[in-house]
Design a protein. Structure first.
Length: 427
C-alpha cells in the first residue's frame, strides 16, 4: 500500500474503507495479494452484478483479443458494437415492447447523465431540471448539480443553478403525498419553480440510503410529466441491469421513461455508458455530443455475453429468490436487536440496513472488512449498511455473508466476541 499512500491523490476513497491490495476474483469472492478471501457484498458499487470474471465473458474477451479485434473506434461501426445492439434489442427491448434509440456517451455513468440533461434542455427549450432529495447522479459539474448531498458540493463549483430538489417518495413521512406537493409547485405560476425540461430520479436511491419509490408514486410522477410535457429521465446506472429483479428498475411500475441512463453493470466491469432515448426526442445534430471512449469494443463484447442471462426469466426468478433470503435475514436482525431501532428496505438484491445510532453502520462496515466481507455504507449520514452482492452469488455464500453480518452486529452491540462455535452454528 505504500506506493498508493505516497503517490495517489487524497481524493481516493474506497481504498480507505477496504485497506488491502486486491489481486484476483471469481464470482462473489475476491482475494488480496496475501491470499486472504473476501465475500463481496459491494460488487463494485453495482458494477459486478454478474460476478467477477464470468467464464463466458473471459473466453469471449480472450477470443476477441487473440483475433486482434479493434479496441478503439469512437462511434464508427464495428462488429462488436453491431452484435451488442442486436442482442440488446432482441433480448431486452423487443420483449418489453420498448422503442428506444441507443446513444453511447462515454465510459462512466456521469457521462450518460450529462448527455441526458443536455438533450432534455435542447429538446424542450427549457433549462430547469427537477431532481430529488437524497438523489445521486454523478460528480461532473452538470450531474453534480443534480446530486443532493452537500458533502460533494463546494461554492466554487458553481452551485445548483437551474436545478430544484423536490422531496422523494416518503421523504416527508409515510402519510405525505410528495407528488401532490410537486404538482402544486409545477402548476402554480408563483411557486418560484419554472416548468422543468426534465425530472430525473433513481427508482431505488443507492447512495442516498436505499430509499425505494413505490409503484403508485412512480405512476403518478409519470402521469405528471406527461400532463406538462416534461421529460422523465430514469437513472438506472446503479439499480438497473437486474439489480431490483427485472432488467430495468422501473418495469414493475409499468411506466416508460423518455430517457434511461445505463452504465456500471451493463459492461460487466468494463467501462460503458449509454442512453436509451425515445425516437421522437433523438434530436441531436451529427457529432453534437461526443466522447473519445464512446466506442469501447471490449465492453461491447462483455456486455453482449452478459445479456444471455436474460434469454429467459430464470435469472430474474433467482434474483427475487435470493432477495427474499436477504430480506428475511435482515428482518430477523432487526427483531433480534430492538434497541438499535433498525429499518430494513430494498428490492431484489439491493438492500439497506439503517441503524440510527451515530457511527454504528460505519463501525459495522469496518468490522465486516476485518471479518473478510466487503459492504459499504450509504445515506446522508452514512447510517445505512448497503448490501449489494453479485446477482450470481450462490445461496451458500449469500447465507455465510448474512451470518457474518448478524454475528458482527451482535459483537458490536453487546461488546462480545462470538466464539468460533457460535459463528459456525449461525452459518
Amino acid at each position: 500500500m505504500d506506493v498508493i499512500d505516497q503517490l495517489e491523490s487524497q481524493v481516493r476513497s474506497y481504498v480507505r474503507s477496504f485497506p488491502t491490495t486486491f489481486d484476483i476474483a471469481e464470482n462473489a469472492i475476491i482475494y488480496d495479494e496475501h491470499g486472504n478471501k473476501y465475500i463481496d457484498f459491494f460488487a463494485g458499487a453495482g458494477t459486478i452484478n454478474y460476478g467477477h470474471n464470468p467464464n463466458n465473458v473471459t473466453q469471449a474477451l480472450t477470443n476477441y483479443l487473440q483475433k486482434k479485434g479493434i479496441l478503439h473506434s469512437l462511434d464508427k461501426a464495428t462488429t462488436a458494437k453491431k452484435a451488442f445492439i442486436t442482442k440488446f434489442n432482441d433480448t431486452i427491448l423487443r420483449p418489453r415492447k420498448l422503442d428506444y434509440k441507443l446513444q453511447f456517451t462515454g465510459p462512466t455513468g456521469t457521462n450518460a447523465v450529462e448527455a441526458a440533461i443536455k438533450l432534455a434542455r435542447k429538446v424542450t427549450k427549457r433549462t430547469n431540471i427537477i431532481a430529488f432529495t437524497n438523489g445521486y447522479h454523478g460528480l461532473t459539474l452538470g450531474a453534480l448539480s443534480l446530486t443532493a448531498n452537500d458533502y460533494y458540493q463546494d461554492e466554487s463549483y458553481g452551485g445548483r443553478h437551474n436545478v430544484y430538489h423536490a422531496p422523494y417518495d416518503g421523504y416527508l413521512g409515510p402519510n405525505v403525498n410528495t407528488i401532490n406537493y410537486l404538482s402544486q409547485l409545477i402548476e402554480d405560476p408563483s411557486s418560484g419553480v419554472p416548468l422543468p425540461a426534465a425530472i430525473i430520479l433513481e427508482v431505488v436511491q443507492g447512495e442516498g440510503g436505499i430509499n425505494v419509490a413505490s409503484r403508485e408514486w412512480l405512476s403518478a410522477l409519470s402521469a405528471l410529466c406527461k400532463k406538462h410535457s416534461i421529460l422523465l429521465i430514469i437513472d438506472d446506472i446503479q439499480v438497473g441491469n437486474g439489480r431490483t429483479g427485472e432488467f430495468f428498475s422501473f418495469e414493475f411500475a409499468d411506466i416508460t421513461p423518455d430517457i434511461v441512463c445505463l452504465s456500471k453493470a451493463i459492461g460487466g466491469g468494463l467501462p460503458l455508458a449509454l442512453l436509451l432515448i425515445k425516437p421522437e426526442i433523438d434530436q441531436w445534430l451529427a457529432g453534437e455530443h461526443t466522447g473519445t471512449f464512446r466506442g469501447n469494443n471490449l465492453a461491447f463484447v462483455a456486455a453482449t455475453e452478459l445479456l444471455s442471462y436474460w434469454d429467459n426469466d430464470s435469472f430474474s426468478k433467482s434474483i427475487h429468490q435470493k432477495g427474499q433470503i436477504i430480506q428475511s435475514s435482515l428482518n430477523q436482525l432487526a427483531i433480534d436487536n430492538p434497541e438499535l431501532s433498525i429499518s430494513v428496505r430494498g428490492r431484489g438484491m439491493v438492500w439497506g440496513l439503517e441503524i440510527p445510532e451515530q457511527g454504528m453502520a460505519q463501525r459495522l462496515s469496518k468490522a465486516l472488512f476485518n471479518k473478510q466481507l466487503l459492504a459499504e455504507t450509504c445515506g446522508n449520514r452514512d447510517q445505512v449498511l448497503k448490501l449489494l452482492p453479485p446477482l450470481t452469488i450462490s445461496e451458500a455464500e449469500l447465507n455465510v455473508g448474512l451470518a457474518i453480518i448478524a454475528t458482527t452486529l451482535t459483537e458490536l452491540t453487546y461488546k462480545k466476541v462470538a466464539t468460533p462455535q457460535e459463528l459456525e452454528a449461525v452459518i
